[in-house]
Design a protein around this ligand. Structure first.
Ligand SMILES: [Zn+2]
Length: 218
């Protein structure tokens, strides 16, 4: 069994405290860039960007911002599909994990195991339920500018299955619903992961209809 540990690296890019809020969800990201450049960027004041954690491809876990403080990871919101978004800055009530990878890349096995371990730590520490509303992708906060963050290759199903097995409960979405979403994606009706239990806004219904028409060659 590999022993994981968190290495503090820090960054000036954060806001002290959380404005009275507590974390209610974990947001998973992909850096779309490699270490050390991606860390240097998040430590550069000009970037005005950061995350609480950065998981490297070799499985190392770096911490830039304390859980109790606000990281600058998803302040910009556009057409969100996240059900717990309440109209205020999501950075205030989320914990953000960046994964070192090129856009569209697969996590390494060491990186996946480190991420799984970190998710468990944060779930226990902050009492975060294992659900598609409380463990989300950046794309669910900004569907317009971040559609591929963390991207289609992010191992959501594996992560949820491992977390559910760890917790030993019946939480989470049933497999058949997930399979339906996966089939719709393979068929080209949708282009992103979507929470099968989530209500669909009009733009989403229309997008699916247009994708279907395109498939039919109309
Ligand atoms: Zn992101």
């Amino acid at each position: 069994m590999v022993q994981f540990q968190i290495q503090w690296v820090g960054t000036p890019n954060y806001t002290s405290g959380r404005g009275g809020r507590a974390p209610v969800a974990i947001v998973d990201h992909i850096t779309a860039g490699l270490y050390p450049g991606t860390l240097n960027w998040m430590q550069n004041p000009a970037a005005q960007a950061s995350a609480h954690y950065l998981i490297l491809q070799d499985g190392r876990i770096l911490q830039l911002v304390r859980d109790e403080d606000t990281a600058w990871a998803n302040g910009y919101v556009e057409r969100p599909t996240w059900r717990l978004y309440d109209g205020t800055n999501p950075n205030r009530y989320t914990l953000s994990i960046e994964h070192e990878n090129l856009s569209g890349g697969h996590l390494t096995e060491a990186q996946y195991q480190a991420s799984l371990w970190l998710h468990k730590q944060l779930i226990e520490r902050w009492d975060i339920p294992i659900s598609r509303d409380t463990i989300i992708g950046h794309n669910q906060i900004d569907t317009v500018n971040r559609p591929h963050d963390p991207g289609l290759e992010f191992p959501w199903n594996r992560l949820f299955l491992d977390l559910q097995e760890w917790q030993g409960g019946e939480q989470g979405v049933e497999t058949w619903k997930e399979q339906l979403v996966a089939q719709a994606r393979q068929a080209g009706l949708i282009t992103e992961y979507h929470n099968p239990d989530q209500a669909a806004p009009k733009w989403f219904v229309l997008a699916v209809a247009l994708n279907l028409l395109k498939k039919l060659g109309k």
